[in-house]
Design a protein around this ligand. Sequence first.
Ligand SMILES: Nc1ncnc2c1ncn2[C@@H]1O[C@H](COP(=O)(O)OP(=O)(O)O)[C@@H](O)[C@H]1O
Length: 410
Amino acid sequence: MNAPATTPSIPLSAPSAPAATRTTDLEIKDAHLIFEAVWQDLETDFRREDLRFPKEFILLGGAPGAGKGTNTAFILKARGLTCPPIVVSALLDTPEAKRIKDAGHMVGDREVIGILLRQLLRPEYRDGVILDGFPRTKVQVECLKLLVNKLHQLRSEFIHTPLGIHFRQPTIHSMVLFVDEKESVARQLKRGREIRDHNEEVRRTGVGELQEERATDYDATLAQRRYRVFKEQTWSALQSLKEIYHYHFINAQGSFEEVEQNILRELKYQSSLELDPRTYDRLRSLPLASDIILHARQEMVKRLDAYEFEQSDLFARVVTFVEKKLMPIVHRHAISGVALINTEDPVLDDSLALAMLIDIFSERGYHAVVDLHRIEVPEKFDLTTGLIKCRVKKVFRLQIRFHGSEIRRG
Ligand SMILES: Nc1ncnc2c1ncn2[C@@H]1O[C@H](COP(=O)(O)OP(=O)(O)O)[C@@H](O)[C@H]1O
């Protein structure tokens, strides 16, 4: 895989750019001006309390053909979201925007921000949204930061009102799928072939829906230009997100399965920063599972040695009990990997013996759970008072689990 840091700077092939693109390039690239203008429009059209944006933003970036569209459904599922993604490029469907896209260039930031912010207010995105292909420029990154500032402002304004729940702390994940130029161009052309075949089939049979054909997917030079525009303008913009938001860099060169696994591995590391600070404060005193398992093995070894050296009689009795009484039963369950055993053996009356038993099994690679049941057994019945006197019988229910044997039918 190409190391991102060593990417050479490649000049844009601008001479053949259409007039519309030159106009776009002349657009005032001042994020503050653009954002404020768009925001003013929003404030004119919406009441402040209706400026409800998504709680979670997953910014899905990467070279053309990196697999953003391909992996969207998988990412949505992994994050428990049900809304469709916002594919930013698909929102830009005016004839002028289409001309710019067909030449392999990018549509102006003003237009992108204007359309996107309105789209984000739709109710289906309240819990979270995937933005496929945003941000693509530094100006868009700045606008994103300004949007997040606004969301914080709205939050402080409403937090102590009944509407507070609609203004949660936003969390931003930036996920960048990385492929090199060769792979990007090959996949764009592959997509072109697939879409052409698909559309031919739809036209022939009248079944299904036509998909959008992108000029850049049919011409290696244009596909290459798209990749270079990405490297020149979008790559560094995406890198700058690393400093401010949760950042996930995904190696997307591999097979479909490999890329899915890379995504899953990255998403597993969720941070408590996603919680509202108030919720986080309430939970922070509880240790994380990852912390308590860190030294668990060493602690167990220490305990086992202490049993041997300081409580050797009891320890020897428990080991004998495990060996003679329990292991024969466990053996018989070697295929299922679960043995449930009830015992009244008095060796377990000592609570230390129970702790020993659990540690012994853990050390040998089993998971043991012990559960004590007290059962009242009637012993005497007083004929004059009608009182029943009971004896308490202690039954230990042991559950021993381990990785059973795999049997396949031939
Ligand atoms: N891991 C992969 N291996 C091989 N082909 C892939 C992989 N991921 C995506 N593709 C293919 O590459 C093409 C472009 O993928 P797509 O998801 O449309 O890219 P993007 O949305 O990032 O531009 C599609 O034909 C898709 O089937």
